[in-house]
Design a protein. Structure first.
Length: 160
């Protein structure tokens, strides 16, 4: 597993650009809300820690991870942001629905990164179990939201 020997919440702040002049969008899936709220909190805390101003962080909710692509597209088009973080959580069930949602969401966010001039950061957990999602949203592996926020700051600075 990719995160087994890594804490997703650890970063060297001295290597991250100051985010005080940047605007961020965060689009959050309401599905698996306990997980996505924890991811949002990790992302927001890291953005603030990197200097972002709270009034320069815009949050929108969408029903599920599949809807993240549209939400991010609209965020880019209407909110004058420097980067967007797409936050979701898909947990494997007994059907192939998991595979379709994960694939479509990843492809949709990839497509936005190719078609837009604003980076969209993929912060969608695709786990086999609830425990794995908990472990990556503030549990024993740290918080993927923190890692996504650091990536958002770094990618936003590429466009400056």
């Amino acid at each position: 597993m990719a995160t087994e020997n890594k804490n997703l919440s650890v970063y060297d702040k001295s290597k991250i650009p100051n985010a005080a002049q940047l605007r961020f969008g965060i689009v959050v899936s309401e599905w698996n809300a306990e997980i996505t709220e924890a991811l949002f909190e990790g992302a927001q805390e890291a953005l603030l820690d990197c200097g972002a101003l709270s009034n320069n962080i815009i949050r929108w909710n969408v029903p599920g991870s599949f809807e993240l692509t549209f939400g991010c597209k609209k965020m880019v088009a209407t909110q004058n942001v420097d980067a967007v973080i797409a936050i979701g959580s898909v947990i494997r069930g007994e059907t192939s629905h998991f595979d379709f949602v994960c694939s479509a969401t990843a492809q949709g966010i990839k497509d936005l990164n190719l078609s837009q001039d604003v980076p969209v950061i993929f912060c969608v957990l695709t786990d086999d179990t609830w425990q794995q999602a908990k472990d990556r949203s503030g549990g024993k592996h740290g918080n993927k939201g923190t890692e996504a926020a650091v990536a958002a700051v770094q990618m936003a600075m590429l466009g400056k």
